[in-house]
Write a protein that binds this ligand. Structure first.
Ligand code: R5P
Length: 295
């Protein structure tokens, strides 16, 4: 297998290749003065299995175009198979037409990847794996929740209560509880489909006097997590910590969450940030080595 670390995942891509002990093809990349992307493979691909490592955090559109250019180039260079390793899969939240006339964005992105030769997508805690699974390219969705929970366990939070956002998030809380063992529950949410704003429903939580870790897949503007932390605090939790897989941290999201009473915020390196203290590299390397280009 050949690993190609893309412009948005240089550090992570090299880490994965190191764990796999596989050859790397570096990418030369630049942005033209008008904003367009330039990509060049600095080596021969031959008829090898190729793993393109390119997360699609902000700026999402630029990172997606780079990924499409990489995939189509790998195809032209006669790669045997092309796996797109996209730890944070942009547009996955627009996973249906919520309102008449809306784009089904995630489907469009997957179609483009397929056209450019991608035969498999490997991602981490995608927003709706069930929908990704119905699209044209096989998708393997890995979970970094146990790794985040282990991080808190190592910091002495064994026995902490695991919470997640929304009823659908309960599975995430249960997964974290498999490591922390202090019980799990969900914070009830309602989303306004027009404004996109999330409201917290005042559902009581079993957190009085307890250490709590709130898990979520994404922190973008931080609006959802701010409200979740504030409500958990109001329920008299002893301490509240936050764990997210994809720390997009738009603007002052982190400060806003801390101001609502979170003691710490931790993320993974699916998207590089200063809170990315948990690495998804071993998770991805293991998936590539055991299942390779197969689903
Ligand atoms: C929503 O469905 C996700 O799981 C996150 O809760 C959400 O995307 C976070 O967005 P923001 O930080 O902008 O509230």
């Amino acid at each position: 297998m050949i690993v190609v670390p893309g412009p948005s995942s240089q550090k992570l891509g090299y880490k994965i290749a190191e764990l796999l002990k596989q050859k790397i093809i570096p990418i030369e990349f630049k942005r033209f003065p008008d904003g367009e992307s330039y990509i060049r493979f600095e080596g021969e691909v031959g008829s090898k299995d190729v793993a393109l490592v390119q997360t699609t955090g902000p700026p999402q559109d630029e990172h997606l175009v780079q990924l499409l250019l990489m995939a189509d180039t790998a195809k032209t260079l006669k790669a045997k198979t092309i796996t797109a390793v996209v730890p944070y899969f942009a547009y996955a939240r627009q996973d249906q037409r919520f309102r008449l006339g809306e784009a089904f964005s995630v489907k469009t992105i997957v179609t483009l990847l397929q056209t450019c030769g991608v035969g498999k997508i490997l991602t981490v805690n995608s927003h709706n794996p069930a929908v990704l699974g119905t699209l044209q390219v096989p998708v393997e969705d890995l979970s970094a929740i146990p790794l985040l929970a282990e991080h808190f366990q190592k910091r002495g939070f064994d026995g902490a209560c695991s919470l997640a956002l929304g009823k659908k998030g309960l599975a995430t809380a249960v997964e974290a509880d498999g490591v922390l063992g202090g019980g799990s529950d969900y914070i009830s949410t309602q989303r306004d489909r027009v404004t996109g704003k999330v409201m917290i429903e005042e559902k009581p939580l079993p957190v009085k006097g307890r250490d709590v870790v709130i898990f979520d897949d994404i922190i973008s503007s931080g609006g959802t997590m701010m409200k979740a932390v504030a409500w958990t605090r109001k329920q008299n939790a002893r301490t509240v910590h936050v764990a997210c897989v994809h720390p997009l941290l738009v603007g002052d999201a982190e400060d806003k969450i801390l101001q609502c009473g979170a003691e710490s915020i931790v993320g993974t390196d699916s998207v590089s940030s200063h809170i990315s203290v948990v690495s998804v590299a071993p998770l991805i390397a293991e998936a590539l080595i055991t299942r390779g280009a197969k689903k």
